[in-house]
Design a protein around this ligand. Structure first.
Ligand SMILES: Cc1cc2nc3c(=O)[nH]c(=O)nc-3n(C[C@H](O)[C@H](O)[C@H](O)COP(=O)(O)O)c2cc1C
Length: 402
């Protein structure tokens, strides 16, 4: 139980500078990647720059552009941005704008794996460690995934590496490799999703081979001075998914292989999407945001059964994240349910180096200035999670704010 009235001085530590390789951050608060939905036919709109600039103005030290698909196959749907030459001017503009506020910019590099309804790849099956049913893509005819060949594994690792050097050229100060939430790298790590029998499946050592290849290739591309963060799961949140005993080993392996920081999260988008957020499931708003009638009907019929709700608690990942803290020495970014100064205090006390925040900053981009000035301030984000429906409707926003 956290005391509301007695935050001690650890919070000052959260407002002190932090260094990641050559990148000097003015404080320890990062905006976590939250898919913005501010794209048209795969191209970022000006709203993406406005969104991140406003966050930067609010005082965080680094903002993260969400879901930078490393190639067109890596997109979950065709609206999403993927890294290619045409997006360079928009991303250069975004990073320059964010930098005006002494804020760094990071980009999340991602591949969706089987979790795809990107009709532009019709005729090809989405890539995954193993062939499996892809319920999410059935209406688009992307019913099964294809088990990746060794060549495809290598080419995809190369795509992460090209996307990383592209991002560096676009002015990003860091990249975050998405290894969690049930996307491609997470699919390789998950014991019951990856059932390959070659050197990329089976034992944890084998399941780690592709994630570590990606990290190695990205490092080669960006050089030794450039920060590479990895976002990984503490647990997948379903029976047969990744558990904390294995994620401790994953954290150790990433540390040994030169990751600069780990962002700790959990959950699996195609199975346990609200495990990573907790709070309400905005089913009706999600149905409203869905464009296809048949998909709306499927969600209305099956949504309540399939999409599980998890109770929100402040700092909900702290007990699991603490186990990783005890096992590794590299910088760790705490993420999940940060809403108050007392909560920040607690996280700092437990030895985390940085704090990533999603919804409290979507609700109020000045959230960290408020907790700096007023230690009793608590975010008014009520975890209704309607921002999740909004991101697919007209771009992420908090419905509590006009
Ligand atoms: C609207 C929305 C979109 C999200 N999109 C992403 C994403 O693209 N990539 C990602 O790694 N996490 C994504 N997340 C998860 C957040 O980064 C974060 O892990 C989660 O919201 C818990 O942090 P919070 O309690 O501070 O909000 C998203 C969360 C929300 C609410």
């Amino acid at each position: 139980m956290m005391l509301r009235s007695n935050p001690d001085d650890q919070i000052k530590h959260a407002f002190s500078p932090f260094r990641l390789r050559k990148l000097q951050l003015k404080n320890r608060f990062i905006k976590s990647a939250t898919y913005e939905g501010m794209y048209k036919n795969g191209m970022p709109t000006g709203r993406l720059t406005e969104f991140h600039s406003r966050l930067a103005e609010g005082g965080i030290s680094m903002t993260t552009v969400a879901y930078g698909a490393v190639n067109d196959m890596g997109r979950t749907h065709a609206e999403q941005m993927y890294i290619h030459d045409e997006v360079m001017p928009m991303l250069e503009n975004l990073t320059a704008s964010v930098h005006q506020y002494r804020c760094a910019a990071s980009i999340q590099l991602t591949h969706c794996g089987y979790f795809s309804r990107n009709k532009q790849i019709k005729g090809q099956n989405p890539l995954a460690p193993s062939r499996r049913l892809n319920m999410y893509g059935t209406m688009e005819g992307l019913i099964y995934s294809k088990s990746m060949s060794e060549e495809e594994i290598f080419q995809t690792a190369e795509a992460f590496s090209s996307a990383a050097s592209f991002s560096k050229r676009a002015g990003f100060d860091a990249v975050e490799i998405h290894m969690g939430h049930g996307y491609l790298i997470s699919q390789f790590l998950s014991p019951t999703i990856n059932f390959r029998t070659d050197k990329y499946g089976g034992s944890l050592k084998n399941r780690l081979r592709f994630p570590l290849l990606v990290l190695e290739k990205v490092r080669e591309a960006v050089g030794q001075d450039y920060p590479v963060l990895c976002k990984m799961n503490l647990e997948d949140g379903f029976v047969g998914g990744l558990k904390i005993n294995e994620s401790i080993e994953i954290a150790r392996a990433l540390e040994k292989s030169g990751a600069d920081a780990l962002v700790l999260s959990g959950g699996y988008t195609s199975k346990t999407p609200f495990y990573l957020m907790r709070g309400e499931v905005p089913l009706w708003q999600m149905i409203r945001a869905e464009r296809k009638l048949i998909q709306k009907i499927a969600m209305a019929v099956l949504g309540k059964v399939i999409i599980r709700k998890y109770r929100f608690e402040e700092n909900f990942f702290l007990p699991l994240a603490g186990k990783i803290r005890q096992a590794v020495n590299l910088p760790l970014v705490y993420l999940g349910g940060v809403v108050s100064a007392d909560g920040v205090n607690q996280i700092m006390k437990e030895g985390f180096d940085m704090i990533a925040i999603g919804r409290a900053l979507i609700h109020d981009p000045d959230f960290i200035s408020h907790i700096e000035k007023d230690r009793s301030h608590i975010s008014e984000c009520n975890h209704c999670n309607q921002c999740v429906a909004e991101m697919d409707r007209d771009g992420v926003r908090c419905v509590l704010v006009e």
